[in-house]
Design a protein. Structure first.
Length: 488
């Protein structure tokens, strides 16, 4: 019977010996591949983290490079008789081109749509028939030209007409029909309301076929010349307000450009004092200083966040117990650090302020930006400088950040874009490491094939050895047996 397993013939642990030789051959190369893969994964992760931080920073400077965002105006309304958490009679907004100013405003009247209702005792209930003849009614808004028609069938009831109006094709400008049962001799009234506000925008109902019975509902005949007078009409009205003693009106409850580049929307009439006079609210139009200050503060925070990330990735451990950063000594990352710092310190001749220092932004001892709260150099604290600039040089702050040629935010955005855009320096670097990791996988496959060949070589070698030793053992056993027989 042949040998079924290596070492069986000789009795030696040749299989264990093969595994030890394989491990001795595998370990150095395997350790080098594992270490290289771990390093690549660390670097790829670090570049991904840096790229994410730079994307965030780029987004933060995007607002600052747009002068429209930086020069925004703010409309602040103060209502003397309204709690802070309530909107009051009106709210206001200002465009960036609005002129600074203060205005006293009160609301006299809200805009309303027209309202029509049938006469007293015209109908006793919602089931009353409105016409024994077929025809149609056309609903029109006076000055807008909006209209739609409703077919009136013979025997149609008041309730059916209401439903037909509310579901009519073309009734998309806010005509609503409803029924009110008075519970008195006045009977049931059919009421029409229009959402179209403004003087002249009255609802009219045309009796298209001049059916006598429909004169109880229509307002004019088919020629729109004869007015029936059976329907009570409440006309549409304008919204009315008073600005610094000047009466103003609007077809809707929104006043656009009554004050140039300022709009306000009214919600209720202003309150009156004890003698019946309207109590005015104050509208202040000015620079949105708080909004710009928040943008600048966010810019400082985001710059520091990316500097923290860069410092963490490039640091060297101060002892053997502290690991180096994933990108320690990396030339590109060091270049990003110095490039950002260089732009921050540049002079901007397009702005009267000249530099970020003039608005209170400076470097601290760690190379990060700060808006200090203490005066260290006799120029005032960073907060004081920023507040003064917002008060006296509001538009110059915009130039400082957003000037097309010299603006710091524009330069920072373009600088970061070179690294983070698709095909940019940082993304290209990241891809090169990913490609290297893919090549490492191919190298592992080739290594495993070589190890398989090497294992087969060892097994072939030691199987032959096992066979030889087994043969020698059999020969020796035979000689021993012969010698033993000769001496018996």
């Amino acid at each position: 019977m042949g040998i079924q397993s290596i070492g069986v013939g000789s009795g030696l642990d040749l299989s264990g010996l093969v595994q030890q030789l394989l491990e001795a051959e595998r370990k150095p190369k395997q350790d080098r591949l594992d270490a290289r893969e771990e390093n690549l994964e660390t670097v790829i992760s670090a570049i991904g983290s840096l790229k994410s931080k730079m994307d965030d920073f780029q987004a933060s400077v995007k607002d600052l490079r747009d002068s429209t965002n930086l020069q925004s105006r703010k409309a602040v309304v103060t209502h003397p008789d309204v709690a802070e958490d309530e909107s009051g009679p009106f709210t206001a907004e200002a465009s960036n081109s609005a002129t600074q100013g203060s205005y006293k405003i009160y609301v006299e009247e809200l805009a309303s749509g027209s309202r029509l209702q049938t006469a007293n005792a015209a109908f006793s209930s919602s089931s009353d028939v409105i016409s024994s003849s077929a025809g149609s009614l056309t609903f029109k808004i006076g000055s807008t030209g909006d209209s739609f028609s409703v077919a009136v069938t013979a025997g149609m009831t008041l309730s059916q007409l209401r439903s037909a109006v509310n579901s009519a094709t073309g009734n998309d400008f806010g005509i609503n029909a409803s029924l009110v049962d008075t519970g008195t001799a006045n009977g049931t009234k059919l009421v029409f309301t229009s959402e179209t506000t403004g003087t002249g925008n009255d609802l009219s109902i045309v009796n298209d076929n001049d059916i006598a019975e429909l004169e109880q509902i229509a307002t004019v005949d088919s020629t729109e010349v004869t007015t029936y007078g059976n329907v009570s009409i409440q006309s549409a009205t304008n919204a009315k307000a008073n600005i610094d003693g000047i009466d103003v009106e609007s077809e809707t409850n929104e006043f656009e450009n009554v004050i140039q580049n300022v709009s306000f929307e009214v919600f209720e009439k202003s309150s009156k004092d004890s003698v019946g006079d309207f109590i005015p609210s104050t509208l202040e139009v000015g620079y949105d200083k708080d909004g710009l200050k928040n943008k600048i503060t966010d810019f400082v925070d985001n710059y520091n966040a990316i500097q923290d990330e860069l410092a963490s990735l490039t640091k060297y451990g101060i002892s053997e117990l502290e690991d180096d950063g994933a990108l320690a000594g990396d030339y590109m990352v060091r270049g990003i650090q110095s490039g950002l710092s260089s732009i921050i310190t540049e002079n901007v001749s397009a702005s009267a302020l000249g530099s970020l220092f003039q608005i209170g932004i400076s470097f601290d001892d760690d190379g990060k930006l700060e808006i200090s709260e203490t005066d260290e150099f006799g120029f005032g604290s960073g907060q004081d400088l920023l507040d003064d600039a917002l008060e006296d040089n509001f538009d110059d702050i915009a130039s400082l950040f957003s000037d097309d040629d010299e603006g710091i935010a524009n330069k920072l955005y373009d600088y970061v874009y070179e690294y983070t855009t698709f095909g940019g320096l940082l993304r290209t670097r990241e891809q090169s490491f990913k490609d290297e990791k893919d090549l490492l996988s191919d190298e592992r496959e080739r290594f495993e094939l070589r190890m398989a060949d090497y294992e087969q070589l060892l097994r072939d070698k030691y199987i032959n050895l096992d066979l030889t030793v087994a043969k020698l053992q059999r020969t020796g056993n035979a000689l021993n047996a012969s010698l033993a027989s000769a001496f018996l």
